[in-house]
Write a protein that binds this ligand. Structure first.
Ligand SMILES: [Zn+2]
Length: 418
């Protein structure tokens, strides 16, 4: 395999596709999807043969993929072998194994080939910073673990890439990060906010929020400090799903993923994804846990790829509350907006459902009492309007930077039967 050729080929394809009309793009995508269904998908034992149509395939999810891991990758790599590889150096022969962060038992595994790794790199460069590439680019990636994808970039001459382990904490690598002087920073929003609040000496040309839901409350703090618009990379264990363009549109990665959408209420959808450019581990009609608000408008940049107005949060964090007429659902964005709109001084909070009829609103002690009371009242008013029968407790506590888990300001901590 020629690594550079894979990366450059993917880079060029990504750029070329972004200039097609929507009609031309859909024709290109339909052909690419058909090729995947005929040639790649049947090689995974779970499928065995090509379907007449994508819609004939069953919907899959993380639980199914983890239980029958070996049937979804064409090398028949068993989950136990993949976990063992991950515990060593993430290599299983010529394959790279990675996993999502998360509570044990809930982590997602993935396996990709060398070629796929370089193709991924070419795609992400084409989408994030094609103009910076030729001027020498130093990319700092601050994520919970090195998931194997980033090693490919380290070797490249076009770009210097440094990885900073989020779990060690910012104090551990502050000096190294400042010395590296990145032109591009990719990090979860809570870390970008921490860099801003602590006044790290950094002058990036582009900043990307990744790995966690970007809460509107973090954006102004980050943008004011770096004096740059904050862009987003929406990626997960399952792949790369959306990237912000230079005009600020968050475009779905429809050039490598075919999206279907299931309505989730309140104008939100959850995606079913088919990654039609992946060949090692087959992912078809895979149900994501995320809640998206699709945009009705095409982007000014002219790309045929559809846009998402907002990644609202996770399906898991929808509150299901009792009411007289049966359980009601309230999505994380509605809950978040109720808190934030109550008082402009609120710029951080946690809203946690800790029992079927019990919610805790956590606010920092430094916040003025009237602001806290207003937020408390706003959440109660919202529940009342929805006729939800639940108690809301106000708890004043410090909301410190947690580096060992994903930040979710609105979080449901109930065990689900499903
Ligand atoms: Zn755009």
């Amino acid at each position: 395999m020629n690594a550079l050729a894979e990366a450059v080929g993917s880079f060029a394809l990504t750029c070329r596709v972004s200039r097609k009309s929507r009609a031309d793009f859909e024709r290109w995508q339909a052909a690419a999807l058909r090729r995947f269904l005929d040639r790649d998908l049947p090689r995974a034992p779970f499928y065995g043969k090509a379907p007449a149509r994508l819609a004939d395939l069953p919907v899959t999810d993380k639980a199914l993929l983890m239980v029958r891991f070996d049937e979804f990758n064409i090398h028949g790599l068993a989950a136990a072998e993949a976990w063992a590889a991950l515990a060593r150096d993430g290599r299983a022969g010529s394959l790279t194994v990675g996993a999502s962060t998360g509570t044990s038992g809930n982590r997602g595994l993935f396996v990709i080939s060398e070629a796929e790794k370089y193709r991924w790199l070419g795609t992400i460069l084409a989408k994030t910073a094609p103009d910076l590439l030729w001027r020498g680019m130093r990319v700092a990636v601050i994520l919970p673990q090195n998931n194997g994808l980033y090693d490919s970039a380290r070797k490249s001459r076009l770009i210097k890439l440094a990885f900073f382990d989020l779990t060690l904490g910012p104090e551990h690598w502050r000096a190294a990060l400042e010395t590296f002087d990145p032109t591009v920073i990719i990090a979860p929003p809570k870390i970008l906010r921490h860099l801003a609040i602590e006044g790290f000496r950094l002058q990036p040309k582009r900043i990307f929020s990744a790995a966690e839901t970007l809460d509107p409350v973090d954006r102004p703090v980050i943008e004011a400090f770096f004096r740059l618009p904050l862009d987003q990379i929406y990626m997960a264990t399952e792949g790369l799903f959306a990237v912000t363009c230079r005009q600020g549109g968050l475009h779905l990665a429809e050039d490598s993923v075919f999206f279907e959408f299931e309505p989730a209420g309140e104008g939100l959808v959850t995606p079913l994804v088919t990654a039609f450019r992946r060949r090692m581990q087959i992912m078809a009609r895979y149900r994501m846990n995320d809640l998206l608000r699709l945009s009705g408008q095409p982007c000014r940049c002219g790309s045929p790829l559809r846009c998402v107005d907002e990644i609202v949060g996770r399906m898991d964090d929808v509150f299901r509350l009792p009411s007289n007429g049966g359980p009601i659902l309230i999505t994380p964005d509605v809950l978040r907006n109720a808190v934030l709109k109550a008082d402009r001084r609120i710029d951080d909070f946690r809203l946690v459902q800790i029992a079927p009829d019990w919610i805790e609103l956590r606010l920092p002690p430094a916040l003025a009492d009237e602001a806290a009371a207003a937020a408390h009242q706003a959440v109660r008013v919202l529940l009342e309007a929805r006729k939800a029968d639940a108690t809301v407790d106000l708890v004043r506590t410090s909301l410190s930077l947690e580096t060992s888990r994903k930040l979710r300001r609105v979080e449901c901590r109930l065990e689900r039967a499903s």
